[in-house]
Design a protein around this ligand. Structure first.
Ligand code: UD1
Length: 389
């Protein structure tokens, strides 16, 4: 534990979460603050972007995240409405608590919205998972990443390629710090607690016998607007999943956006196979167990690309690009886009033993949050001293 004196007149670190992928990033950061810098006051703000029990409450419990000190309860909306609503509701929080900085994670709408409010009020922004770029501006997350990084005063990165991305955008090297991956901190902290896949299926009322075939099972998640918001893309994707399921049974955890679109486009029949198990969004410990036990993963998630790399499970990413290139270069990830032929080939390779085994990238070692806590405490104290002069 580092006993750095915390100046009395320095406000709390406001930590912001909004949507599901933020929760596993923030949990280890809060634990590192409490464990290593107990004098550093924090305030957890939840924007309420995700609010369902399945998307929210179960993850908070699994990750042992404290109850948020403040919940802005913004809920769903168009991107503009959601972003604007977070901004409107977050501004008074800054006025009331006068933080020393605001720490945001990842690339969701809440991340950018809170960073933007800070920029206009001269509150320093700290961005965890900075510098990732897909170079695909059609992804809402890419806009969130680029703009948040422009605003941020301290940028913590998960892989070294992020530094070159940031430098290209004119961000000074002194603002960046390579710390590793907090998402993997959560994975390693919870690995032993993960629920066995059979228990998860039984709890969902499904016979777990389906997991025990000679090929094991594949885990599927899909939620990117580019894959699920148009029937012309979603229908062929579900068609190829149905084919894949004939070779290896699939467990498909359905995001609410995807479930709604499957119904809206009348595509439910494509999922009506005995070899496809449909589950609602899962808790963290359930997904971790399902991931660790899977023969392969088919997904368009950012987080799963990293988690499968850490676990050594082959992952076929249903996207044309990735902002996490290290998972392809060093890990178990392969980009297959939404081309049915590429998906079929990828699955066949894995089932015939040719899947990537990969290696775990540098600093994906369970200690990224500790590095952040230590650097941030020193950075804030130094900044405070400089300003007081
Ligand atoms: C958001 C993030 C995405 C992240 C994903 C993880 C942005 C731009 N996108 O996408 O990066 O990978 O979270 O899940 O921030 N809904 C519910 N219950 C909820 C939340 C949402 O039913 O608790 C439904 C609503 O109909 C909503 C839709 O899901 O309109 C989409 O939710 P939203 O938060 O807008 O984006 P995600 O697709 O979840």
């Amino acid at each position: 534990m580092v006993n750095q004196a915390w100046p009395n007149n320095l406000g709390p670190v406001i930590c912001v979460v909004g949507a599901r992928p933020n929760f596993m990033k923030m949990a280890p950061i809060l634990r590192a603050f409490t464990g290593h810098h107990p004098a550093l006051p924090t305030l957890l703000v939840h924007t309420g972007q995700h609010y369902d029990k399945d998307m929210n409450d179960r993850l908070f419990a699994d990750l042992r995240l404290p109850r948020p000190d403040i919940n802005l309860e913004v809920g769903s909306g168009t991107h503009a409405v959601q972003t604007a609503e977070v901004m409107r509701r977050f501004e008074p929080v800054l006025d009331a608590h006068r933080p020393s900085c605001v720490l945001v994670v990842g690339d969701v709408n809440s991340t950018l919205a809170c960073a933007l409010v800070c920029a206009k009020k001269e509150v320093p922004v700290v961005h965890v998972e900075a510098g990732l770029r897909s170079y695909d501006r059609l992804m809402p997350e890419e806009i969130n990443r680029v703009l948040t990084d422009q605003i941020a005063d301290r940028l913590y990165t998960t892989e070294r390629s992020a530094h070159a991305n940031l430098a290209r955008e004119g961000i000074a090297n002194e603002r960046m710090c390579f710390v590793g991956n907090v998402m993997i901190d959560s994975l390693l902290a919870n690995r032993e607690l993960a629920h066995p896949p059979a228990v998860t299926l039984r709890a969902a009322g499904v016979d777990p016998g389906i997991l025990n075939g000679p090929q094991g099972y594949g885990l599927v998640t899909l939620h990117r607007p580019s894959n699920v918001d148009h029937a012309e893309t979603l229908a062929p994707l579900l068609g190829v999943l149905r084919e894949v399921a004939e070779k290896v049974p699939l467990v498909f955890a359905l995001h609410p956006r995807t479930r709604a679109n499957v119904e809206r486009f009348g595509l439910g029949e494509l999922l009506g196979s005995r070899r496809i198990v449909l589950l609602p969004p899962q808790g963290y410990l359930e997904i971790l167990g399902l991931l660790a036990g899977a023969r392969l993963v088919l997904s368009d998630s950012g987080g799963l690309q990293e988690e499968t790399t850490a676990l050594g499970v082959p992952c076929l990413t249903i996207r044309e690009n990735t902002e996490r290139p290290i998972t392809v270069e060093q890990g178990t990830n392969t980009l297959v886009g939404c081309d049915p032929g590429a998906i079929r080939r990828g699955v066949d390779d894995i089932l015939s033993g040719l899947g990537k085994t990969g290696r775990v990238p540098e600093f994906w070692d369970g200690r990224a949050a500790e590095r952040i806590a230590s650097d941030l405490a020193s950075w804030l104290i130094a900044r405070h001293a400089q300003r007081g002069r």
